[in-house]
Structure formats: structure tokens, C-alpha cells
Design a protein around this ligand. Structure first.
Ligand SMILES: [Zn+2]
Length: 208
């Protein structure tokens, strides 16, 4: 996340080596282990994320509810990495919020990335980022001053837990964040940060 060069080997399993940046604590796979687009698409096509599935909506509600509690009527949002079924966008639209969506595979029109929003959501997507440093900058540029950025991703606890962590077994999961990494980003980029849930982080950008 920080382009520092202090990298240490973190873990090895049957398929990949994992490394950790000693500055921002991000854990990531070697470039050679990044999945090809065709492989990514094949894995995502297996995900069943139905807009009408009540369990899935409850899951996403843990990200949507804290934002809904903080934004004004008709505040505009973007779901970045919406996936094949834009369930989260539908949940905000139902509450009267105009929503744009972007996904490099499922909604690849980049037009929505040319403007700014009152809130941006990125659920179960940041762990797929191949260039997290760059993609984080993209996310921040999409949020208006005083706006919100919500991230949902499972967090790295420590090396021991990582060794048995099923989350890393998905070949499309390549960037693994921890509380420390998000705290580092908040401090560096002058964001306020709340840990809403074990896997939900809410950032607010500074006012102008
Ligand atoms: Zn780093």
C-alpha cells in the first residue's frame, strides 16, 4: 500500500507464497501468483450473489446500514467492485439514493469513475486488487470531501491464524489487509476510521 521496499516472506502453502510489507503490514501474493482474468471470471461465475437473497442482504446490510445512518437524503453513491449482481446498489436505490456501479469484469464502463460521490462502497472486492496501492488512490479520488468510503474484507489477524485461514485459499484473493494496514492508511491519508464490524471499515475523507 505504501511502496516501501521492506518486504518479508510471510507464509507458504501448497499453491502460493505470501509476503508482508513491514511498513504498512499488507500481506500479498507474488506477482507470478496473480490470477489471469479468465481464471478470475471462472471463479466469480460460481458466486451466487442474488439481489433477493435475504441472507446475502443481511450480510451486505452490515456495510449499508452504517452508511445509511450517516448520509443525507438522495446522497449519491458508487459501488466499486459490484460483481455480477449489484445487490448493494439495489439496497441503496430502494432508500432513494442514486447509485452508480463499477466492476472491472461485470460493469466495465469506466464513465462512473470520472466523477465523485458522497459515499463509495467496496465490499468483498479489495482482497482481489492486484495493484492495491493504485486502486486505493482510485477509491479515494471517487469520494467527495467529507464523504464516506466503506470497505468490507476479512482481516488478517496474525501469522498463526493466517496459516489455517480459508480466506486465502481462493486463488482470486491476493491482497490481505489487517487493522494495522487500515490504520496506516487512515493516518497517511488523513481519514477518520471506524471499525464497524470484524470485517467492515468506514472511512471519512477530510472536508475541504
Ligand atoms: Zn507497505
Amino acid at each position: 500500500m505504501c511502496l516501501e521496499q521492506r518486504i518479508e516472506h510471510y507464509h507458504r502453502d501448497k499453491t502460493r507464497d505470501y509476503y508482508q510489507c513491514q511498513h504498512c503490514q499488507l500481506v500479498f501474493v507474488a506477482r507470478a501468483s496473480l490470477p489471469a482474468l479468465s481464471k478470475e471470471r471462472a471463479v466469480y461465475d460460481c458466486h451466487q450473489n442474488d439481489v433477493h437473497d435475504s441472507g446475502y442482504r443481511r450480510f451486505l446490510g452490515r456495510t449499508a446500514d452504517p452508511i445509511l445512518a450517516r448520509i443525507a437524503n438522495k446522497a449519491e453513491g458508487l459501488d466499486f467492485g459490484c460483481g455480477p449482481g449489484p445487490a448493494l446498489a439495489a439496497m441503496f436505490t430502494e432508500q432513494g439514493h442514486p447509485m452508480a456501479v463499477y466492476d472491472p469484469i461485470f460493469a466495465a464502463d469506466r464513465t462512473p469513475l470520472a466523477k465523485q460521490y458522497d459515499f463509495v462502497t467496496c465490499t468483498e472486492a479489495i482482497e482481489h486488487f492486484h495493484y492495491p496501492h493504485k486502486e486505493w488512490q482510485t477509491l479515494l479520488q471517487l469520494v467527495r470531501p467529507g464523504g464516506w468510503l466503506a470497505i468490507m474484507t476479512k482481516l488478517v489477524a496474525n501469522k498463526e491464524r493466517f496459516s489455517t485461514w480459508h480466506y486465502k485459499l481462493d486463488p482470486t484473493h491476493v491482497s490481505f489487509f489487517s487493522r494495522s494496514t487500515f490504520e496506516y492508511l487512515a493516518q497517511r491519508d488523513q481519514l477518520t476510521l471506524e471499525f464497524i464490524d470484524s470485517d467492515v471499515m468506514l472511512f471519512q475523507t477530510p472536508n475541504d
